[in-house]
Write a protein that binds this ligand. Structure first.
Ligand SMILES: [Zn+2]
Ligand SMILES: [Zn+2]
Length: 329
């Protein structure tokens, strides 16, 4: 089991990106990513050089594609082969998702509230959603310095609303990376918990997204576990009814991707959020090692909980990291 730093949304010259696959993979490796998904618009032709680029850059490349349509952009990751997107219309997106699933992939809403035409054709999500269970994830954070952007705040709220309605959906970040120019802005990382490293990483990453084994950050890695006398549960797991109290353990690992991010202010707050609101909040100081907070949680009425790290970045109080949910059944 390992938390793996992933960039889940990137483009090359094969769509409208400025980089070759090798340039993309090398730039991602330099930023401390262990894998990068190639999600070109409506093509997988950029993956022809995958093995050579992986070898040279020393990083795993996840096969993917962004369905780029007039009614929304849908990111797909982990596909064994190309899935035709051209039949997609506002009433049948679920057929497309089924086709992606049939080929081993997962599907998520890309930047669902980014301004659409004429600024960005089809960027705004307009598909009719019959069953949110069909979808694997929502790209809650898009672009750089993602947590302060208003369209991302809307996407994050959409995710929270769906959790409150009882859906078990993952939330991710994706830079929607198009060019190699360096940025001073904080870069989001989607950490995926890979359970079986003997399997191909594309399959394992898709499985992690399917199961919600996901933690997102612009800094330290935040993890969440829940313990009962009998068992321990991790992000993406479901705690069965009957457990009246659990001990939530929030871990904050300040040692990840060292040197690639900074928090100007070491004062942070760790928050345990749920469908019943904030269960507990406490202060934590950013240090070099790993810190842990333990919280006793009464489970009555809970359907999900997640951990969040808040602090001051570039003078703005913002969410720095969030885990995906642990669920209660
Ligand atoms: Zn897009
Ligand atoms: Zn994109």
């Amino acid at each position: 089991m390992r938390w793996t730093a992933c960039e889940l949304h990137a483009h090359t010259l094969h769509s409208d990106g400025k980089m070759t696959l090798l340039e993309l993979a090398s730039a991602a490796a330099k930023l401390g990513f262990e894998c990068v998904a190639l999600t070109d618009h409506n093509t997988m032709s950029g993956l022809a050089d995958k093995e050579a680029a992986e070898r040279q850059a020393g990083i795993a490349i996840l096969p993917g594609m962004e369905w780029t349509t007039f009614h929304g952009h849908m990111v797909t990751v982990g596909l064994a082969e190309y899935v035709d997107w051209r039949e997609a219309n506002t009433g049948n997106i679920h057929d497309g998702v089924s086709a992606v699933h049939a080929r081993g992939g997962v599907a998520g809403l890309a930047h669902p509230f980014r301004i659409g035409s004429p600024a960005c054709t089809g960027c705004y999500w307009e598909y009719e959603m019959e069953d949110w269970n069909d979808f694997d994830y929502i790209e809650a954070w898009s672009g750089t310095f993602a947590p302060i952007k208003t369209d991302n705040a809307r996407a994050f709220s959409l995710w929270t609303d769906k959790l409150n309605e009882g859906y078990r959906l993952a939330a991710t970040s994706g830079r929607d990376w198009h060019d190699a120019a360096e940025t001073e802005e904080p870069i989001s990382v989607t950490y995926l918990r890979l359970e079986d490293e003997s399997r191909p990483i594309g399959e394992e990453a898709a499985e992690a997204l399917r199961r919600g084994r996901v933690s997102v950050t612009i800094g330290p890695l935040v993890t969440l576990e829940a313990q009962t006398p009998a068992a321990s549960y991790r992000i993406g797991d479901v705690i069965p009814v009957g457990e009246r109290t659990v001990t939530a353990r929030i871990g904050i690992d300040f040692s990840v991707r060292q040197g690639l991010w900074t928090l100007a202010d070491p004062a942070c707050r760790i928050r345990l959020s749920s469908n019943k609101g904030v269960l507990e909040e406490s202060a934590v100081q950013a240090t070099e090692g790993t810190q842990e907070a333990r919280i006793t949680v009464q489970t009555e009425g809970l359907s999900w909980m997640r951990a969040e790290l808040w602090g001051i970045v570039r003078g703005v109080t913002t969410m720095i990291a969030f885990t995906n949910a642990i669920y209660f059944d």
